[in-house]
Ligand binder design. Structure first.
Ligand SMILES: O=C(O)[C@H](CS(=O)(=O)O)OP(=O)(O)O
Length: 281
């Protein structure tokens, strides 16, 4: 059975997923309402973890687990942790109802070394509930992409795929991505991530100023048919602000720096000038 966010039934997790108890909320309401609570399937936040220690991870979850749905262990960092520490991180994420998974680049490396099957078995053995299948750096055939999705689903993993190249030099026609988004969703991907890297500039679908190339967003949206089936990598505030303005507080956003999870939530609910001002315009 495939996981979906927040499905792990641990008692501790359920306790920690209770709505935040904050006395300000007895007198103030969020300027933007309608924000979803965990376990949510809409308004997902994916945080990129570039090497947080156990205490930092615990701090992040203590403060912001209610606002973090996915924690991506960036690139191949999963393989650099001491085994015990990695286990602790995976368990901690489960305890707090956060879906932890290794960065897409790591699977690209496994595929380039002909180790797809072994990679998926290892992800299961280590207790990851999800994997990402991308081709941001390594070219992967459609056949292998579909095999990777099927294998991961068969293993009971939640599958996130990603479209887009890390280097703008490698970018191909938007029609290719449109097709890929449809194919991935048709194969059972839970969500398709729209590449933006951790820089949010000169990568994926962003130009040097971190803006979408004119017309591409519309085509991406049309391919998905529903913005909720996409996760937009949006590491920069102006990108988060723009997407929240366009799609509302429950747009799915990814590659959020770990120390900005709470700041993003403030943007989503209008507790920050950048989105608060929309209420007064
Ligand atoms: O974690 C990864 O592999 C990368 C991180 S970045 O794009 O290089 O900043 O992201 P992914 O979206 O998983 O390819």
């Amino acid at each position: 059975m495939a996981y979906s966010p927040g499905q792990a039934p641990e008692k501790e997790r359920l306790m920690k997923e209770q709505a935040v108890n904050n006395s300000w909320m007895q007198i103030i309401s969020f300027p933007i309402d309608g924000r979803t609570n965990k376990p949510r399937t809409e308004g997902l936040t994916m945080v990129i973890d570039k090497g947080l220690g156990i205490n930092e991870t615990k701090d992040l979850f203590e403060v912001a687990a209610n606002y973090v749905d996915f924690l991506k262990l960036g690139f191949g960092t999963s393989s650099l942790y001491d085994q015990e520490i990695l286990s602790q991180k995976i368990n901690l994420a489960k305890e707090y109802g956060v879906m932890i998974y290794p960065g897409g680049t790591f699977m690209e490396i496994a595929i380039s070394q002909n180790k797809l099957e072994e990679y998926i078995s290892m992800a299961c053995k280590l207790g990851y509930p999800a994997v990402e299948i991308s081709d941001g750096t390594v070219n992967i055939s459609q056949e292998v992409r579909e095999r990777a999705i099927a294998m991961a689903l068969d293993a009971g993993l939640l599958v996130l795929t990603e479209v887009g190249k890390k280097n703008l030099r490698d970018k191909v026609q938007i029609e290719h991505y449109v097709k890929q988004i449809r194919q991935d969703l048709g194969c059972g991907a839970f969500r398709v991530i729209i590449e933006g890297r951790e820089s949010g500039k000169d990568a994926g679908f962003y130009d040097g100023k971190g803006r979408f190339v004119a017309g591409e967003m519309e085509q991406i949206l049309e391919a998905a048919g529903d913005t909720n089936l996409l996760i937009w990598e949006a590491p920069l505030k102006h990108q988060q602000q723009g997407l929240i303005t366009m799609f509302g507080p429950n747009v799915n956003l990814g590659n959020i720096p770990a120390n900005e999870a709470l700041a993003l939530e403030a943007l989503r609910v209008g507790l920050r000038g950048d989105t608060l001002r929309l209420q007064f315009e």
